[in-house]
Design a protein around this ligand. Structure first.
Ligand SMILES: [Cu+2]
Length: 301
C-alpha cells in the first residue's frame, strides 16, 4: 500500500486526495528585474521570492486578458500610471484622474492572483496560489524617486514586470498544509485564528470579499516587523501608492512577505519564519487601521 501511494506521489496524481507539495518557482531580484521562469505548469504553485537587491519589492501575480502580455502592459498601462503619479506628485489630482481615465478598457480584465507581498532587502518570502493555464505577469509597483519600478523611463527598456506562461501541463500538487488561518475582508479587516508563535508558519488566507479601495487596488496582506523606532502612522500612510511618498523606497519598516490581492472567494497561502518580537499585519490600502487592516501582534519569547 505504501508503495502504491509512493507511485501515485511520483506520478503527481491527485485522485486519492492529494499530490505532493507545490513545486517552488524561484523568483530572484538582484537590481530591479525579476529573474524567473518563462513557462511553468498549472496548478498549485509556490513563488519563492528572493530579494537580493538593496530595495524593498513585491511580486504580484496578474492573469492577463486574451492576447495581452508584457508589451501591452508596458505600452498602455505602465506609462499611464506614471503620468498619473507625476500629476499626483504635483498636487494635480483632477488631471491625475483624467490620466488614469486613459487606461485601456482591458486593464479592468486583469485578474490579480496573489503572489509574494512586500519583501525587505536580503529577505526571502514565499506565497502559494493555484494557477490556470494562461499568460501572466509578475509586477512590482513600488516606487523609487517617484518612479514606479514597473515603469522604465527609457522607452526601450521594460520596467519591473516579468511575463510567464502557465501551461496545460498540471503539477498535480496539493494546496499547502497551513497551521494558521487568516481572513481578509472589507467588512471585518484582517483576522487570524489564535496567537502566533515563533517558528515557521504557513498561513492560509481567505479573501472573504474584495473591493476597489480609494487607491484603485484591492486589499491584500503584508507582514512588517515593528521595531522600537517604527512609526505605525508613517507605515500606514506609506502603504498607499497614490500618495507621493507612498510605497516609495526605503520602507519605514522591514517587510517579511505576505500575500498580494486575490478575487473574492479565493484562497492563497504564504509562509513566514517568525522570531520573538513585535509585528504588524497590514494591507496596501489607505486608512488601513480604520478598516481593521492594520493589526499589531507580539510573538512571545
Ligand atoms: Cu520593486
Amino acid at each position: 500500500m505504501r508503495r502504491f501511494a509512493g507511485i501515485l506521489a511520483l506520478a503527481g496524481l491527485t485522485g486519492c486526495g492529494g499530490g505532493g507539495r507545490p513545486a517552488a518557482v524561484e523568483v530572484v531580484v538582484r537590481v530591479m528585474t525579476f529573474e524567473a521562469p518563462e513557462r511553468i505548469p498549472s496548478g498549485w504553485t509556490t513563488f519563492r521570492f528572493r530579494n537580493e537587491s538593496p530595495m524593498v519589492h513585491f511580486a504580484v501575480v496578474e492573469r492577463m486578458p486574451e492576447d495581452k502580455g508584457i508589451a501591452a502592459h508596458q505600452e498602455e498601462v505602465a506609462p499611464v500610471f506614471q503620468e498619473g503619479m507625476d500629476l499626483l506628485g504635483e498636487g494635480k489630482s483632477e488631471e491625475a484622474m483624467a490620466a488614469f481615465g486613459r487606461l485601456p478598457a482591458w486593464f479592468g480584465d486583469i485578474v490579480f492572483l496573489g503572489g509574494p507581498g512586500l519583501t525587505a532587502p536580503g529577505r526571502t518570502s514565499e506565497a502559494t496560489v493555484r494557477l490556470e493555464p494562461g499568460t501572466y505577469l509578475l509586477e512590482c509597483y513600488v516606487k523609487t524617486n517617484g518612479v514606479f519600478h514597473s515603469y522604465n523611463p527609457d522607452p526601450d527598456v521594460y520596467g519591473m514586470v516579468h511575463e510567464f506562461r502557465v501551461t496545460d501541463d498540471a503539477t498535480g500538487a496539493s494546496a499547502p498544509e497551513a497551521d494558521l488561518r487568516m481572513t481578509v475582508s472589507a467588512e471585518t479587516g484582517i483576522g487570524i485564528d489564535g496567537p502566533v508563535s515563533s517558528g515557521r508558519h504557513t498561513v492560509e488566507v481567505r479573501f472573504a470579499d474584495q473591493t476597489i479601495h480609494e487607491n484603485f487596488v484591492g486589499h491584500d496582506v503584508h507582514l512588517a516587523r515593528v521595531a522600537d523606532d517604527t512609526d505605525l502612522g508613517a507605515l500606514e500612510a506609506w502603504m498607499d501608492w497614490s500618495r507621493p511618498g507612498g510605497l516609495s523606497t526605503p520602507a519605514p519598516a522591514e517587510f517579511l512577505g505576505g500575500l498580494e490581492e486575490m478575487p473574492a472567494g479565493s484562497t492563497g497561502y504564504f509562509s513566514v519564519t517568525l522570531e520573538p518580537g513585535d509585528y504588524a499585519w497590514i494591507a496596501e490600502v489607505p486608512n488601513a487601521s480604520a478598516k481593521g487592516m492594520l493589526k499589531t501582534f507580539t510573538v512571545a519569547r
